[in-house]
Design a protein. Sequence first.
Length: 277
Amino acid sequence: RTKLEGRSGYHFFEPDMDGQTLAKRGLERDLRGALKRGELEIHYQPQYDIKTGRAIGAEALLRWNHPVHGYVSPADFIPIAETTGLMIAIGSWAMHKACRDFAAAAPGLRLAVNLSPAQFRRADIVTLVRDALDRSGLPGNCLEIEITESLLMEKDAGTLDALKALKALGVGIALDDFGTGYSSLSYLHSFPFDTIKIDRSFVREADTNPDCAAILQAIAALAAALHLTTIAEGIETEAQFAHVKALGYDCGQGFLLARPAPIDELSFRDFATRSAS
Ligand code: C2E
Ligand code: MG
Ligand code: MG
Ligand code: MG
């Protein structure tokens, strides 16, 4: 395509038609067919009990293997899927696939699946989860869903009902990226959470920034008082690991412990019990 293709001739010079917008439109077009063409995959990142070093399960993370661009980050394509309505089909595929993979490859371990607000707004999330559990044979208590505060901010009464119905199936509920959104503390007792996942931005500076260390410590204390399990996200170094361990975090996830991998390359070996125990 050239700029002359537009009827007006100056089409591509309009302020909203910058390179980024064009790239986004291209991705949006490509994403429409990605599922059908088999370009979407799920990788799994193990999660560990920090004290024992034992694997407790893994988080399912969407991957888009684009024929031209290679792997496109979910941080780039999930927002597009959300605004175009594609998240319903993609999210449903991911839930079924992850439950099936896990029931076969990781019996007894817990699968964590991210859900997007669009799936609560425009789909019957409870029916989706129930069907995925039924068809895969994965027990409800081997599934935890991860949601973010953006969903709770919508203040839709249906959200609380849906979360309660999921809990009735035995499914756990985790609050993801905690500390990055509005972090209204009222969410913690208004919604039936089992787990909070501390965002990796705090973990990254755990041992170098006293403010981050203080926040990590306060969140650990709050979670303990509310009987919530804590997961520290994004542990990349031994020093970060030692720090969240010392603060009493229950579980950990991060490149130091294991990187996301396809189901057939997934290993749930314990990581060696590490320093500063
Ligand atoms: P998230 O749910 O917070 O997932 C954790 C992200 O942190 C993943 O990025 C993971 O690869 C990355 N990560 C894990 N350990 C480390 C580490 O040690 N260092 C660093 N720098 N990063 C680490 P990823 O896979 O790119 O996913 C980004 C986000 O996309 C996820 O954040 C989640 O919000 C969203 N996402 C991924 N899969 C799905 C899905 O199936 N459905 C929905 N709705 N969202 C998804
Ligand atoms: Mg997550
Ligand atoms: Mg997270
Ligand atoms: Mg995130």
